[in-house]
Write a protein that binds this ligand. Structure first.
Ligand code: B12
Length: 235
């Protein structure tokens, strides 16, 4: 209590004083998260993320809090309003939070497997973690390769674990031609019966290969993943 009083006296917020309102507008939570990130306050950021997850539920948290938070962080970073340390800090808190969630939700190793990977050159990995959480919650086993993975290694991982699908996240940056080419090479290397799911705003302009699907949102991913989990995939 003394510490909280001292913080209030100094005009600083503490997580305890924000209150546990369930209907707190997203913009306010985003402001609070950025506020504590500017102070590099790990505990408060983690507690706000935890509270958002609990109050909103996983899918609402991911689509309507984590997504907008990243966009806001990106916008402020591009405008020079927040520095690299703050951007890296909040990105890392979120990555850590989400990876804990998909690992906890991951179905047994006997369940249908989905390999989650980013294409070569892609270092934005948080969208892939969002996809991994949605997939694991739908009952599949996530095999997570992460950022910047050579295509031959994505293909050999799918083969080694006998995955039923590959999920790729594209945040932005890669040229449309390169991306179109990379996705074609991935599809050509995958067995026919393995699904290729592509998501992330950066993939929008690419020409997708046949037998692949652009998933507009995490709900669509859950639908497909739960079909795989129940082993009634339309091939
Ligand atoms: C965090 C961040 C970084 C971090 C990444 C940290 C990490 N560990 O991931 C770091 C510092 C590494 C980084 C680096 C760079 N970044 Co950056 N970054 C961002 C930021 C703020 C968030 C990106 C993110 O995680 N998005 C993920 C999600 C939230 O976004 P989404 O694609 O919309 O995904 C949603 C859905 O599509 C779905 N989804 C996502 N993936 C998938 C997959 C599947 C299968 C499914 C179903 C769904 C799904 O989930 C989300 C739900 O809301 C954005 C800002 C922004 N507006 O996004 C810039 C941004 C993406 N970065 C950008 C740039 C330019 C760069 C750099 C080139 C900067 C530089 N000069 O070095 C490098 C490139 C690195 C590389 N080679 O990839 C630009 C890209 C512009 C463009 N389109 O060309 C952006 C948009 C910032 C900006 N406004 O300019 N970045």
């Amino acid at each position: 209590v003394d510490a909280i009083n001292a913080m209030q006296a100094n005009g600083l917020k503490s997580v305890e004083t924000i209150g546990p309102e369930i209907d707190e507008p997203v913009a306010e939570v985003v402001e609070d998260l950025i506020h504590f990130s500017l102070r590099l306050d790990t505990e408060s950021v983690d507690r706000l993320l935890e509270r958002g997850w609990r109050n909103r539920g996983p899918m609402d948290f991911m689509s309507h809090l984590a997504g907008p938070l990243l966009v806001e962080v990106g916008t402020r970073w591009a405008r020079g309003e927040i520095g690299v340390a703050t951007e890296h800090f909040i990105s890392e808190r979120l990555r850590d939070f989400l990876s804990t969630r998909w690992r906890a939700a991951n179905a047994s190793a006997q369940a249908a497997k989905v390999v989650c990977a980013c294409l070569p050159g892609e270092r934005h990995v948080i969208g892939l973690h969002l996809a991994a959480v949605a997939a694991a919650l739908a009952g599949v086993h996530v095999v997570f390769l992460g950022a910047d993975t050579p295509i031959r290694d994505i293909l050999s991982a799918v083969d080694r674990v006998g995955a039923k699908a590959g999920a790729v996240s594209v945040a932005g940056g890669a040229s449309t031609d390169l991306l179109t080419h990379q996705l074609k090479v991935v599809r050509r290397g995958l067995p026919r019966q393995v699904s290729l799911w592509i998501g992330g705003t950066g993939a929008g302009a690419a020409v997708l290969p046949e037998r692949s699907e652009y998933l507009h949102n995490l709900e669509r991913l859950q639908t497909l993943a739960s079909r795989l989990a129940e082993d009634r995939t339309p091939l």
